[in-house]
Design a protein. Structure first.
Length: 252
């Protein structure tokens, strides 16, 4: 559907897509381990991460992350996560700090193969603000700009579903290929039935703090040492699934 619409008028695409996979090898294949924390532990854990590693700053010390998820009308990507399917995909746009994307953002296709995850990430640059485009126009122009191998995912997950906004802090280990992120202040915005990106009537996920370790397979022990003496509960935590629940898009 999307690919066929855009192929008819490829010259009208106002978006340029650059695959950044070669410059971010850590995104290609990795383990992601998530720990759920009560809000009261945010400051102690932050001090621990600063002591055991170093803070990594991307533009700002605390980034405001916006992830815009796409699914199909049956919310198949959401239900695949709930069912624990070993092979699944998620499609999202991601941008930072500004409430709406400007002329630059990222298209991400996140995949899971059992315990291993990774993502294809493309940097998108447009000649007009992406946040001002209607969803139909936005997705058509993205499809016209990206390589053909990504069309099946855009075709399958073409419905805007949920916008997730949260604060993120980044930390890295001194001598290990480990990264840790600390996410909090999570808010969800229902996008179903919307014509363009909508940031009204957000639902705040009070008290949820997510610590996530991103590491090569086989470095789980090093992550535990990096987090020592902190002992948290390892668990599944999809912000997309949580948001779908809180916005009433799925039932328990």
């Amino acid at each position: 559907m999307i690919a066929n619409q855009t192929l008819a008028h490829p010259r009208h695409a106002a978006i340029e897509a650059v695959d950044v996979g070669s410059s971010r090898a850590d995104l290609a294949r990795r383990r992601e381990l998530k720990f759920l924390l009560p809000a009261a532990q945010l400051d102690p854990v932050r001090r621990l991460l600063e002591a055991n590693g170093r803070r990594q700053i991307h533009n700002r010390e605390v980034s405001v992350v916006h992830s815009l998820y796409f699914d199909d009308l049956r919310l198949s990507a959401c239900h695949a996560n709930l069912s624990g399917l070993g092979q699944r995909r998620k499609l999202r746009l991601r941008w930072y700090d500004d409430p709406l994307p400007g002329k630059e953002c990222y298209l991400e296709i996140k995949w899971r193969e059992n315990q291993t995850t990774g993502k294809h990430r493309l940097f998108l640059r447009a000649d007009e603000p992406l946040g001002a485009m209607p969803y139909r126009t936005l997705m058509a122009r993205i499809a016209a700009a990206v390589p053909e191998r990504y069309w099946p995912v855009l075709e399958q997950y073409s419905e805007p579903t949920l916008l997730v906004e949260y604060r993120r802090e980044h930390f890295v280990a001194f001598e290990q290929p480990l990264r840790v992120t600390l996410d909090y202040g999570i808010t969800y915005y229902d996008q179903t039935g919307k014509q363009r990106i909508c940031t009204s009537f957000g639902r705040r996920h009070e008290g949820l703090v997510v610590l996530e370790g991103k590491l090569p397979a086989g470095h789980e022990r090093q992550l535990r040492m990096f987090l020592h003496p902190f002992a948290a509960r390892l668990g599944r935590c999809s912000k997309y699934v949580h948001g779908c629940r809180m916005c009433g898009l799925i039932r328990e």
